[in-house]
Design a binder for this molecule. Structure first.
Ligand SMILES: *[C@@H]1O[C@H](CO)[C@@H](O)[C@H](O)[C@H]1NC(C)=O
Ligand SMILES: *[C@@H]1O[C@H](CO)[C@@H](O)[C@H](O)[C@H]1NC(C)=O
Ligand SMILES: *[C@@H]1O[C@H](CO)[C@@H](O)[C@H](O)[C@H]1NC(C)=O
Length: 448
């Protein structure tokens, strides 16, 4: 089923090829506005109050991902040569351990992987927002769910408190739906696509409504400036009309008309082309405070991995120009520094990397592009690779700051270098301060 992942990233890449990009805006005129306790929205032209979102994702914390915290999953290893017996996602992690053991291991993970000092560091490095993924099972469960439930919320609340103390804003991101909205391991349950099945939809909606009500209340509005209704629903395999009519629209209605809150609603693009959402929940139709979240990567398809640096940069810049005339405010809620898929389990437990030809999924294999050996060891990186990575990061930041800004995936990992902002920064592969540029104006956004 993982070929679906290939399919969607194909669509994702295809969607970034824009025939006639509209002229780039002067980034200094592009601002992020937050008017506390009033009608709040991201204002495109009013420059006075803010700056683009420059954020980090708190990945692999309240929703497990094997590649972010491999130590939690390696304890299951029985065979040095394959991944047999290793749980592929949080659902199976909990199922294999049973609730009591899962609970104690997860609590020790939740209480250590992120702490107050991390949030203070994030703020001192110049970021202004954290996006925090959480699964429906933190709040509600299906009858026979193996998940540990009811405990994540206190950690989320504590993290919001840390954010407030550090003057960081927060997006609360519902990252896993009952039955899974995309079949990715990061939805909690891999290879399942049953999000819109009625009983699943009811449970997810219950969890979402709870999140909407709680985190749109007065006491949170100073810090929580957006709630993402569902992360990465796999548009190509879901009934988009059903998702819009039976999930997204009711959530908006609940927020604005039942709770009567002005909280910002964030809708992930569902891997659709730029401008796809231009006629859904528009201001013209009386909706407001709706932001579209686009995610962008270039490592989940062999031809992307084979691209030259100039091609990588060109695609990254098109991610910026592609959204300039979208109807809604828009932010890139996920992207990465990675130019390979070498990090162990990035493609999920049991799958290798396309980059070094070790990818196997049924009959599907990949052709060697380069070596993944010592990928997490910076001393094994050539100067060229370091330059390429820094250049790619900077082009993306420039592209995303043409409009609402960016949130990189992710702030920390146990062992990966390419997916860990702290390590990238430490090794000079990520700008500090965030506006520093070793490769200025790659997207030609400023006129000379
Ligand atoms: C990868 O993406 C490119 C660009 O969208 C596309 O042309 C190509 O067919 C994709 N390759 C695979 C194997 O899906
Ligand atoms: C925020 O800072 C105050 C004052 O230092 C402290 O008492 C409080 O515990 C902090 N909040 C959190 C959630 O850590
Ligand atoms: C920016 O301009 C230079 C010089 O004209 C050109 O080579 C390059 O391709 C342009 N970059 C983009 C992303 O358009």
């Amino acid at each position: 089923m993982l070929s679906l992942k290939t399919l969607l990233y194909t669509l994702l890449t295809a969607s970034s090829v824009i025939a006639n990009p509209v002229p780039a805006r002067d980034p200094s005129s592009i601002q992020f506005v937050h008017e506390e306790n009033k009608k709040r929205y991201y204002d495109y032209d009013n420059g006075a109050l803010g700056e683009p979102i420059r954020g980090v994702n708190i990945g692999g914390w309240l929703v497990l991902e094997p590649y972010i915290t491999p130590s939690l999953f390696e304890t299951f290893r029985t065979n040095d040569n394959n991944d047999d017996g290793i749980p592929v996602d949080e659902y199976h992690y909990c199922q294999y351990l049973g609730k009591d053991l899962a609970k104690s291991r997860l609590q020790s993970h939740w209480s250590t992987f992120y702490q107050e000092q991390d949030f203070a560091n994030i703020a001192s490095q110049g970021f202004n927002l954290v996006r925090i993924p959480i699964g429906y099972w933190a709040f509600e469960t299906l009858d026979n769910d193996p998940y540990v439930s009811g405990l994540q919320e206190a950690y989320l609340d504590q993290a919001i408190g840390w954010a407030r103390n550090s003057s960081l804003k927060v997006w609360v991101d519902l990252h896993g739906a009952a039955g899974s909205q995309n079949g990715f391991d990061n939805s909690g349950l891999r290879d399942s696509y049953e999000f819109l099945e009625d009983s699943n939809l009811a449970v997810t909606t219950k969890a979402l409504n709870y999140i909407l009500e709680k985190y749109s209340a007065e006491e949170y509005l100073d810090t929580v400036i957006g709630i993402e209704l569902i992360n990465e629903p796999l548009g190509p395999v879901l009934d988009m009309d059903k998702m819009k009519n039976n999930y997204l629209a009711p959530a908006y209605d609940y927020l604005r008309n039942t709770i009567k809150s002005d909280q910002i609603v964030i809708i992930h693009d569902a891997f659709q082309q730029f401008n796809y959402w231009d006629d859904f929940m528009t201001e013209t139709d009386g909706y407001w405070g709706v932001t579209i979240d686009h995610h962008h990567y270039q490592v989940f398809n062999s031809s992307q991995l084979e691209s030259s640096m100039d091609e990588h940069i060109k695609v990254a810049c098109q991610w910026g120009t592609g959204v300039l005339d979208e109807a809604h405010w828009t932010v890139c809620g996920e992207f990465a520094a990675a130019l390979t898929d070498c990090t162990k389990w990035l493609n999920s437990v049991g799958f290798g990397a396309r980059y070094d030809g070790s990818w196997v999924n049924g009959d599907e294999t990949s052709t060697y592009i380069g070596s993944c050996a010592n990928n997490d060891d910076i001393t094994s990186w050539s100067e060229q690779r370091k330059e390429n990575t820094r250049r790619y990061v900077e082009a993306q930041l420039d592209a995303f700051e043409m409009r609402g800004g960016w949130i990189i995936w992710c702030y920390k990992t146990e062992t990966s270098l390419e997916w860990d902002v702290q390590r990238l920064m430490y090794n000079g592969l990520f700008p500090q301060p965030l506006t520093d540029r070793q490769y200025p104006n790659q997207c030609n956004t400023t006129s000379s």
